[in-house]
Ligand binder design. Structure first.
Ligand SMILES: [Zn+2]
Length: 408
């Protein structure tokens, strides 16, 4: 009997919660972006389809909406997308960005071509909600990159999500800035691409720009970029070895953008160059930049040298080894802090001492072989959480101090 009553109570509670949620369900849109759900009945294919504007009764969508809406950094990138359409004229109407939350998808991505149509609760097509792409697909589950709305309160998950959204928005900004869909995205983009992959000059340029914007607007940092661009952890990757190969590598291009943006008014200057000259490779962008802003030429040359200097495999290996060993030590320290069992604790202490000893030996070896200081080696491998933020970055780039182990 008791169980039965509990069930009734649970059902009543569920019904009342549901009605409260329905009562306050509001469309998840504003003038900058709109959150959409693909419609299963009417279609909703990959780039073309019919969509409903998600509302606040949909917990998954509303958590994502709240994160997008309450982030001042993302507001800036969304406003930049709006201004890229209106030229900053408040009287001109701009289309909001379409963010499609899907149950399952390939990855967080931007569909450039196609059209989408939305309709209201009455089932009729709603012209108010009729948009042209780009749209950004946000998969709730994926083999590659999923967004878990429940984890968005975690700072690092939130930053990764915002970085991705700003990255995809940057592709849309670039499309508006140039007036057409960026060249070079296909076919490579369809097969996948990553920071250290050597692709083509054009793909590296468009993706490197988007990676730079993602970090800039999410509060992430590319300050240890000389290392970051090689942080692949995949031995099958062909590391770029020459200046020319570096220019075909998106992580390198992102690092160059990042460093140029730190020059006085650098961020705005980059966008003036993109708008006026429409360059398609980093080499052309830099040439155009120096023509438009000759007083920055020397600084730009230094940035190019810094980022394009070929890197030796042994040095990459050295850094990866140090990084892995530091991760091992950090994990053991966490495990020791978490365990309540004195025996496990003791054995982990022994492991920790061993790991610290190995780490010390490794550092000493690289210090004696390459002549680097301990400070350079350890600051080069500092964990993400201690990186400076992109937007307020007054950061000192340790790697560009001239003592870099990676610029031989
Ligand atoms: Zn991209």
């Amino acid at each position: 009997m008791k169980v039965f009553r509990r069930e009734i109570f649970a059902i009543l509670l569920f019904l009342s919660l549901f009605s409260v949620m329905s009562l306050f369900a509001e469309p998840l849109q504003n003038d900058l972006f709109v959150v959409l759900r693909p419609d299963g009945i009417m279609g909703g294919s990959f780039t073309h389809g019919t969509f409903k504007v998600a509302d606040s009764a949909d917990a998954e969508c509303s958590a994502i909406y709240d994160c997008l809406k309450n982030s001042p950094e993302l507001k800036k990138v969304f406003e930049m997308y709006r201004d890229s359409q209106t030229g900053g004229d408040p009287n001109k109407k701009a289309l909001p960005l379409n963010l499609v939350v899907q149950k399952k998808g390939l990855m967080l991505m931007n569909s450039f071509s196609g059209y989408i149509t939305t309709y209201g609760k009455d089932g009729k097509l709603n012209t108010d909600y009729q948009y042209v792409c780009p749209k950004i697909d946000i998969p709730l589950s994926s083999d590659n990159f999923a967004v878990d709305p429940k984890k968005l309160s975690d700072p690092s998950a939130r930053m990764e999500f915002m970085n991705g959204i700003a990255h995809e928005t940057a592709h849309a900004i670039m499309k508006q800035t140039y007036g057409y869909i960026p060249k070079g995205l296909n076919p490579f983009a369809a097969f996948g691409h990553w920071q250290g992959q050597m692709s083509t000059n054009q793909l590296a340029f468009t993706e490197g720009y988007a990676e730079f914007m993602g970090a800039h607007f999410s509060g992430d940092s590319l300050d240890d970029s000389t290392l970051w661009r090689k942080e692949m952890g995949d031995n099958t990757v062909q590391y770029p070895k020459t200046r020319e190969e570096n220019m075909k590598t998106e992580g390198v291009v992102a690092s160059i953008f990042w460093d140029i943006a730190k020059l006085p008014d650098g961020f705005n200057k980059i966008h003036r160059v993109l708008k006026e000259k429409k360059p398609w490779t980093i080499e052309c962008m830099v040439k155009d930049f120096k023509e438009m802003f000759p007083s920055d030429a020397a600084a730009i040359d230094a940035i190019m040298d810094e980022n394009l200097t070929p890197v030796k495999d042994s040095i990459i290996g050295c850094w990866l080894e140090i990084k892995n060993m530091r991760a091992q030590i950090e994990n053991l320290e966490k495990e020791i802090a978490a365990t309540g069992n004195p025996i496990t604790k003791t054995s982990k202490f022994i492991d920790l001492q061993k790991a610290k000893g190995n780490y010390r030996n490794l550092l000493n070896r690289y210090i004696s072989i390459y002549g680097y200081t301990e400070e350079v080696l350890t600051s080069a491998t500092r964990p993400v959480s201690t990186r400076q933020t992109g937007i307020n970055s007054g950061a000192v780039n340790v790697i560009s101090s001239g003592t870099s182990p990676f610029s031989e």
